[in-house]
Design a protein around this ligand. Structure first.
Ligand SMILES: [Zn+2]
Length: 547
């Protein structure tokens, strides 16, 4: 035990004494190490590499559709960096099988007649190429459900079909980027009426009518999306469609939001090439058709399915603990992305922040009692596959909840996957002790905009969904997320062709990395492991696994 650890242990004993004196009144939280905080800030703000990480992840390797060559190359680069920083046990951890990798090799789209225009857009993931340039007539074929198939049977051969109604676009009156005001942050710390159904933060967006085709229902990673994609792809293929087009499910003004189009599972039907184009241009083609003018379009699309390795992978590395190496604090985010942009904010930022957090901790040369492990998950976009596989393999399969010896040694997992925005609050998963501890950690960093603890009473998510922290909570481990300023995540970058490096705010990700390092440091050095959320019961026979 070195001097630092002795002091820490002494301080913690003091805290314990104070806590027991105050027992039954209020938890005091932790006494934090301000000298360490100063060092962490110095590394994070004077020697930051977070944008350099992001540059490589997004601009050099490009979009990282799961299992694609880009994704694998970026993972090799990340492992190299981790080794340079002195991390140990740096490796790829395979899971799966996941299925085929996929990436774009070429995209060209144009309106040829009645007047030439290039078409801003990109192919949907896991859809094939055109096998050279294809020029054909456009046809508006809005598919609202499979009931519409009969209407178009035998009429689509060789056509370029627009499979959704034109999208109604509105003026952008509101600012596209938003930072939470202090008041908004405070509002979000309030727990809603616990008698309300859906107690907790709730789930976004009610599902559309089952079986309804929209650009959103056809692109969702939820199991329902796969069913719909398979139906539509099988129909369009059968009908001999040359290319299918969608206006994306969100965005305009050159920004197209689109993701899934086919399937990584080689057993699923492969449809025709499918591209998303900007809704203004999509609508123009629709209006021409509605005026009795049939436009001619050209597409030249090349995509590549990578079939050589069907296994998915996570990138893992660690800083071994000095005295309690078996106990593990984890940080991470998903490393895979969609294909339209370069996955800069989803989730280049969370990945570069997690890498920077462990770089900072390694650079401090301050021994931490527990091991700090970084994980860059794969397959998040298709359904949290990488983290779900990891937690079940390392800690407990959800169905039996048969715990491995590592289950009790996993202290906490901190996740970053909400875009570029700075951290404004941290979730306490409804655990009052955890909330008190986090309050003491954020007290000396409130000047950085990290102001609050949210979810003081709300029950933690019991189903995996949204992002990888929920995979941990699903089996009763503390999977912690940060509430971030939304900036342009929903309006411009999340799963769009504008998910690019320049949309990332440098100061924000520097702040995020600093806070993630600080949280990991505190967890890795405090006397006790953090209090846990409730352990769920094994699943009964009729409870289907979530995925
Ligand atoms: Zn994401």
């Amino acid at each position: 035990m070195n001097l630092l650890h002795f002091r820490l242990a002494a301080a913690c004993t003091m805290t314990l004494l104070l806590t027991s004196v105050a027992w039954g009144q209020e938890q005091d939280g932790d006494k934090v190490d301000l000298a360490a905080l100063t060092q962490i800030k110095n590394q994070a703000f004077q020697h930051s590499q977070v944008m350099e990480n992001l540059f490589y992840i997004s601009e050099v390797y490009g979009p990282r559709v799961n299992n694609s060559r880009n994704h694998r190359a970026a993972a090799e680069w990340a492992m190299q960096r981790m080794k340079e920083w002195g991390l140990q046990n740096v490796h790829l951890e395979k899971w799966g099988p996941f299925g085929d990798g996929w990436q774009i090799k070429k995209y060209y789209g144009a309106l040829e007649t009645p007047a030439y225009a290039t078409l801003i857009g990109f192919p949907l993931a896991w859809t094939p190429g055109t096998n050279g340039p294809v020029t054909a007539e456009a046809m508006l074929v809005p598919l609202h459900s499979k009931d519409d198939f009969a209407k178009y049977k035998g009429k689509l051969r060789g056509k370029i079909v627009l499979i959704f109604d034109p999208r109604e676009l509105t003026l952008h009156n509101d600012a596209e980027a938003h930072r939470l005001t202090d008041e908004e942050v405070t509002t979000r710390t309030k727990t809603p009426d616990p008698s309300h159904t859906g107690f907790g933060p709730g789930r976004p967006g009610a599902a559309a009518t089952p079986g309804e085709y929209t650009p959103a229902t056809l692109s969702t990673a939820a199991p329902s999306g796969r069913v719909l994609r398979n139906e539509v792809n099988a129909f369009l293929k059968e009908e001999g469609v040359a290319v299918a087009l969608t206006p994306g499910y969100n965005g305009d003004g050159g920004t197209v939001f689109a993701s899934y189009g086919g399937s990584q599972d080689p057993k699923d039907p492969v449809g025709p090439p499918v591209a998303a184009i900007t809704p203004e241009q999509y609508n123009r083609i629709c209006r021409l058709l509605q005026h009795g003018i049939t436009p001619t379009l050209t597409f030249d699309i090349e995509t590549e399915y990578q079939k050589d390795d069907q296994m998915g992978f996570n990138v893992v590395g660690e800083i071994p603990g000095a005295t309690k190496a078996d106990e593990v604090v984890m940080v991470g985010g998903h490393f895979d992305s969609w294909q339209g942009g370069t996955g800069a904010t989803d989730n280049g930022t969370g990945s570069s922040v997690a890498m920077e957090a462990v770089r900072i901790l390694a650079a401090l040369h301050k021994p931490m009692a527990r091991t700090v492990r970084v994980a860059l998950w794969g397959g998040e976009e298709e359904g949290l596959y990488g983290s779900l596989a990891y937690v079940q393999q390392h800690f407990a399969p959800r169905d039996t909840m048969k715990k491995t010896p590592q289950y009790d040694d996993l202290d906490v997992y901190f996740n970053d996957d909400s875009g570029s925005g700075r951290f404004r609050a941290v979730s306490a998963l409804g655990n009052a002790q955890l909330a008190a501890i986090f309050q003491s950690w954020i007290a000396p960093i409130k000047d950085l905009g990290m102001e609050a603890v949210v979810g003081l009473t709300a029950a933690p998510t019991t189903q995996p969904g949204g992002t990888d922290s929920t995979s941990f909570s699903w089996i009763g481990l503390d999977g912690i997320g940060f509430m971030q300023d939304p900036l342009e995540y929903g309006t411009r970058t999340h799963h769009s062709n504008m998910d690019l490096y320049d949309r990332v705010q440098k100061g924000d990700v520097m702040q995020g990395a600093m806070i993630e390092a600080w949280f990991a440091y505190n967890a890795a050095t405090r006397a006790e492991m953090l209090p846990r959320i409730e352990t769920p019961a094994p699943l009964t026979k009729d409870q289907q696994p979530a995925r």
